[in-house]
Ligand binder design. Structure first.
Ligand code: B3K
Ligand code: ZN
Length: 881
């Protein structure tokens, strides 16, 4: 591969050494200016006694800035007293304690990477995680250097009336004729990745929260003035999160104010900077007419996530970036539990498992597979992955399952007691869980070090004469890059035995005194293990991996009758949904094979019948019914194939969709009419559930392509009082010409609402209509599209590359050419965003031969480009390795 600089080298966990110096105090002054912002930094340093070399030089990270001056203990340093290169500033002779003053100039207006200090819609913002602070000033930019910060911001008063940073505001004043200043002090030590600064013309929504111990906290949400009417839901979510963390974990907020700022140019969802969270507008702004139920849910979850980081991430942070899941997996687990408590626990669990299986299992099966605690990386930004976040959350959930709710809480309490104010490792977390409960979690450590999705092969045998039910459990884990063999995991297997009447049987293992009712946890720790249940009166159907108790693939040879039984009766809602999915998957896999072989397609009768009785069961939560009716994603089906033929997958899915719509036509119509009651929009779990089932029914009905049914969608689109219903109708219409008018109307109505326009781009990019590649290409020219805006890129380019399997993998290779072109263009602007799009190539080796060759050619075209970023280089190189 061509690279201008030396080939980027990996960084290894095994090479970790403590920093040579620690920083006690940082005083920053920013003189904000679009073209050249001056940053003055005063660092109080001392030599780290934990570092092996007592004479080590001071090496500070820094890039893309101009050094103006450098003073050590008050003395200006001559050019020969230090060394400067593209990445760092090194001073050889530094006393054991020292004060270093560094003045740098940075150029926010040229910063399109959205890391460090940058401008968006005329305002200044920062993003420092993981390594953005080094684009602001020379610093020990690593999470195990925790310092106290003060920040003084000087800026034009008229252009930047609002000046924010971390901690508490301690002073302000007039600096000169046009400029004012504000000073912030953060009393908590923090790593530089949690630093933040915001300056601009922003409106504010205010509220307050009184903590359990009676302290009043000012809550402030800052947005552009025209968005002030879209903050109510976010503010509500903040208060709910604060209360929940007190109730469930006994954790209170620790500063006088908690600020959230929304910005429309942002690389990810949000950032947990101490006391000053910066959010993508997509996770703050919502009004019933501009945001869907999914958006409302997402906002609640992301607000909670960032708020929860204040303890899991900020008060206790990571020693190094290999430990990223220490804060991310744990905080995702916490936000998942919060959402489960706010809405439907069952629905939340199923949605999370869908995400895990669709995205994380795919990652585990591809060239980027890595453990929850990676051993190496080239670019850390590439490791903010579904493995670190979602699989990491599953690992935390397994502690919860193994130790129980109270045991888990004991572990968390000990973790904070031991490590508040420290930068620690995943092993420290595991030790707190083990020590607080007096259990041995040594084997559990393999969840952090071994990549890949384990397979749990289970076989059941009923002996009527002996009244025993025997489960034989075997586990294995496929090889992943760099890890050819794996050792057995400690897997919590939650199960129940469902009797013929649909009721759970008592569970008593051989040698146990009494039976447990309902579900229980089995500790699977060996490669092969046998569990014998005694006193089993009738042959049961095993309900395995209840609540998805471990991130594994289950292999159990269920008969169709057993699946129908579980789908109708399982007391565990996850397993009920799972039975429906397995039934569909069995059919879909058969249909995909048939489509590839050109054989006629046929849908099994029992599927339609099972879904009919499910739709008739009005005791079921409508949201659960909706999820059961939702077909698996194309990409999830692709990952089940030995060799992927995207057209066959689409054909099979279309066939099942149409088959279910035909078979359930009356039930779908009745359910739709029953739920389409014109009630005013409220964001409550019950209303969200009703809307979700109604809209799933509508989607099936429109599939039938009958004018009267298409008109249902037209009418719903016209009459909708909220975005959930309007968007659902438009999603049906976008698939046919009859929808073109609605699509045009939508664009003109919402031209000034960036987030709503993102939906418009995304719908078209993921459409099943022909010619999507050309259509997406044309939309690049649309006045609302900007390649510099990550939300737009994710909606339009990501819509095609990541959410439209058959549209992207077009047989003529035009999707791949388009992707390569976009990735190269994006890499020049924003490497992080470019690298995300490369992931659409990760399964290239599994495609049928023609597409495989075309994908490889596109990857090679990217690789041949000179001056690739480390971000894109790493993913392309791992794909071609
Ligand atoms: N911690 C940030 C993610 C930062 C990503 C940097 N590439 C958001 C979060 O997980 O809460
Ligand atoms: Zn996070």
């Amino acid at each position: 591969m061509k690279l201008d600089a030396a080939t980027p080298q990996p960084i290894y966990l095994k090479d970790y050494t403590p920093p040579a110096f620690l920083i006690d105090q940082v005083d920053l002054t920013f003189e904000l200016d679009e073209e050249a912002t001056r940053v003055t930094s005063r660092l109080v340093l001392h030599r780290n006694p934990a570092h092996p070399d007592r004479g080590a030089a001071l090496r500070l990270d820094g890039r893309e800035m101009t050094l103006e001056s450098l003073r050590l203990d008050g003395v200006a340093l001559e050019a020969d007293a230090y060394q400067l290169d593209e990445e760092s500033l090194t001073i050889a002779a530094v006393p054991d304690t020292a004060i270093l003053e560094v003045v740098t100039l940075i150029h926010p207006e040229l910063n399109t990477s959205l890391m460090g200090l940058y401008k968006s819609n005329g305002n200044f913002f920062t993003q420092c995680e993981a390594e953005g602070f080094r684009k602001i000033t020379y610093y020990l930019d690593r999470p195990d250097v925790m310092a106290r910060f003060t920040t003084t911001i000087v800026a034009d008063r008229a252009k930047y009336p609002v000046l924010l940073s971390n901690g508490n505001r301690v002073g302000d004043g007039q600096f000169d004729r046009n400029r004012h200043w504000v000073k912030w002090v953060d009393p908590f030590r923090k790593p530089a990745y949690l630093f933040a600064l915001v300056a601009g013309r922003l409106g504010k929504v205010e509220d307050s929260f009184v903590t359990a111990s009676g302290r009043a906290v000012a809550l402030e949400i800052y947005v552009e003035p025209h968005d002030l009417d879209k903050c109510a839901h976010a503010m509500n979510s903040v208060k709910k999160s604060m209360q929940w963390d007190e109730q469930v974990f006994g954790l209170e907020y620790d500063l006088d104010s908690y600020m959230i700022v929304a910005v429309s140019d942002f690389n990810m969802g949000a950032m947990e900077n101490k006391g000053l969270n910066i959010f993508n507008t997509a996770y703050v702004l919502a009004r019933p007419d501009t945001a869907t139920d999914t958006d409302f849910d997402g906002i609640e979850a992301v607000i909670a996530h960032e708020y929860f980081h204040n303890w899991t991430g900020n008060r206790v942070t990571c020693r190094d970036w290999f430990q990223l899941s220490l804060k991310e997996g744990l905080t995702v687990f916490r936000d998942q539990e919060f959402s489960a408590d706010m809405g439907s626990r069952a629905v939340k669990r199923i949605e999370d498992v869908r995400t895990l299986r669709t995205h994380q299992f795919a990652e585990d099966a591809g060239p980027m597979a890595h453990p929850v605690r990676p051993d190496s990386y080239i670019e850390i930004n590439n490791f903010y992955t579904v493995t670190i976040y979602e699989k990491g959350a599953e690992v935390v959930r397994m502690y919860h399952t193994l130790l129980g709710r109270e045991g888990f809480r004991r572990g968390m309490d000990l973790y904070f007691k031991r490590h508040d104010g420290q930068a620690v490792t995943c092993d420290d977390f595991r030790a707190a869980m083990a020590d607080a409960n007096g259990v041995d979690l040594t084997q559990f450590a393999r969840w952090y070090s071994q990549a890949g999705t384990p397979v749990l092969r289970v076989r059941g045998h009923y002996d009527a004469a002996a009244r025993t039910y025997t489960l034989d459990v075997a586990q294995s884990c496929p090889a992943t890059p760099g890890q050819p063999t794996k050792l057995p995991f400690h897997i919590p297997l939650v199960l129940g035995l469902v009797g013929p009447d649909g009721v759970d049987l008592p569970l008593r293992l051989e040698g146990e005194p009494a039976a447990a009712a309902g579900s229980r946890v089995l500790d699977v720790t060996e490669a092969e293990q046998r569990f014998v249940f005694v006193d089993v009166a009738v042959e049961p159907v095993p309900s395995l991996l209840r609540g998805f108790s471990a991130p594994v693939k289950l292999d159990y040879p269920y008969s169709r009758a057993q699946l129908v039984h579980l789908m109708a009766h399982d007391s565990d809602p996850f397993c009920r949904w799972e039975a429906a999915q397995t039934l569909l998957l069995q059919d879909l896999n058969g249909l995909i094979d048939a489509a590839r072989a050109g054989r006629p397609l046929q849908l099994a009768d029992d599927v339609v019948a099972a879904f009919r009785s499910m739709l008739a069961d009005t005791s079921l939560d409508p949201a659960l019914t909706a999820l059961m009716l939702t077909l698996p994603a194309e990409s999830y089906l692709a990952d089940q194939q030995q060799e992927i033929d995207p057209d066959a997958i689409r054909t099979a899915l279309n066939f099942v969709r149409l088959g279910l719509a035909r078979g359930l036509r009356n039930e779908l119509k009745q359910t739709y009419s029953r739920l389409n009651d014109g009630a005013a929009y409220r964001f409550t779990a019950a209303d969200v559930a009703r809307r979700s089932l109604k809209n799933v029914c509508l989607a099936y009905l429109v599939e039938l392509d009958e004018p009267a049914l298409v008109e249902l969608a037209q009418k719903q689109y016209r009459d909708a009082s909220n975005m959930t219903d309007a968007y659902a109708a438009l999603a049906c219409l976008v698939e046919r010409e009859a929808g073109d008018e609605a699509l045009a109307q939508f664009a003109s109505k919402w031209a000034d609402e960036a987030l709503v326009m993102d939906k418009w781009f995304a719908l078209q990019a993921s459409s099943r209509r022909r010619g999507t590649v050309e259509h997406v290409r044309a939309l690049l020219e649309h006045p609302s599209f900007q390649l510099t805006n990550p939300n737009k890129v994710r909606a339009l380019i990501g819509g095609l590359l990541a959410r439209n399997l058959a549209g992207f993998h077009r047989a003529d290779g035009s999707g791949y050419e388009f992707a390569a072109e976009m990735i190269l263009a994006l890499d020049k602007l924003n490497p992080q965003i470019a690298a995300r799009q490369v992931a659409s190539f990760n399964r290239w080796r599994k495609l049928e031969p023609n597409r495989r060759a075309a994908m490889k050619a596109a990857l090679e075209r990217i690789a041949a480009e000179s001056g690739l970023s480390r971000d894109v280089y790493e993913i392309v190189a791992k794909n071609l390795q």
